[in-house]
Design a protein around this ligand. Structure first.
Ligand SMILES: [Zn+2]
Ligand SMILES: [Zn+2]
Length: 260
């Protein structure tokens, strides 16, 4: 059984064939899909998908790209209301993205802090998007979170030192399809860390793994990510998949999944 803990199935890229995509993920034995919101409309859609399908869970979030300009308080109020909907298991995705120099960093900081406070008030895990912004991400996390704060660094892109720091703080590192790319640094990381600290995701429709690279990604391909982890760690696919599914249940406090 495979788990895709970060897949934007609610995005318009899947509007034409969402049911076929879901049929293929079931065929591929993907047993859990977590759909993160990036703003109000996608968070709503994510909640609706979770209502429709038992294996889908939702996250309510405000992506740093959506906070590239100052965000109105009414947006945060609405997100806070959405976060209490059934099957919302985390606040995400939230975080900082410094890749685009014209994005307002102060606005991103404010939004990140606001969403961390929401997670804290609801005692929910957080799903963090961090690109080229580790120092500020970890600093703001320290300032805004409490000792029991936990969560996921989605699409992890940091080095070993950052990985260890995140794990020390109660975070798991989610490994995307880029682990299959030739120049990826993820294989070395996956080899050295404990399986207990890893999760798998597609971040579909983006970042399709080899051999689908360049095409629209989809949740069925999370199998390729799990296979890569098993190969690198020299363990069976079943051991990798079972361990990672257990990690997902633990961090998102989900009901136990059936084995097989
Ligand atoms: Zn992201
Ligand atoms: Zn994402």
């Amino acid at each position: 059984m495979f788990v895709d803990i970060h897949c934007h199935l609610s995005f318009p890229e899947f509007d034409q064939d969402r049911n076929e995509v879901i049929a293929r993920l079931k065929e591929a034995q993907v047993r859990l899909l977590i759909d993160p919101g990036i703003n109000i409309p996608t968070s709503k859609k994510s909640i609706a998908l979770a209502r429709e399908f038992d294996f889908i869970y939702a996250n309510v979030g405000l992506h740093p790209h959506e906070a590239a300009q100052p965000v109105d308080d009414t947006i945060f109020a609405e997100l806070a209301a959405l976060a209490t909907a059934p099957k919302v298991v985390a606040i995400g995705e939230i975080g900082l993205d410094y890749h685009y120099p014209d994005y307002n960093r102060a606005a991103q900081h404010d939004a990140f802090r606001e969403m961390l406070r929401l997670a804290r008030s609801l005692d929910m895990p957080v799903v963090i998007h961090c690109r080229d912004a580790w120092e500020d991400t970890l600093r703001i996390l320290s300032e805004e979170s409490h000792s029991a704060m936990r969560g996921v660094m989605h699409c992890f892109s940091g080095d070993t030192e950052i990985a260890k720091e995140c794990i020390r703080r109660g975070f798991k590192l989610s490994i995307p399809g880029t682990i299959t790319y030739k120049r990826s640094l993820l294989p070395e990381l996956v080899r050295t860390l404990s399986l207990d600290d890893l999760l798998t995701e597609t971040d579909a429709p983006y970042l399709a793994p080899v051999p689908y690279r360049g095409k629209r990604n989809e949740p069925a391909y999370v199998r390729s990510v799990t296979e890569a982890i098993a190969t690198i760690r020299e363990i069976s696919l079943d051991e990798a998949a079972t361990g990672i599914a257990h990690n997902a249940v633990e961090i998102f406090r989900l009901p136990r999944m059936e084995q097989s």
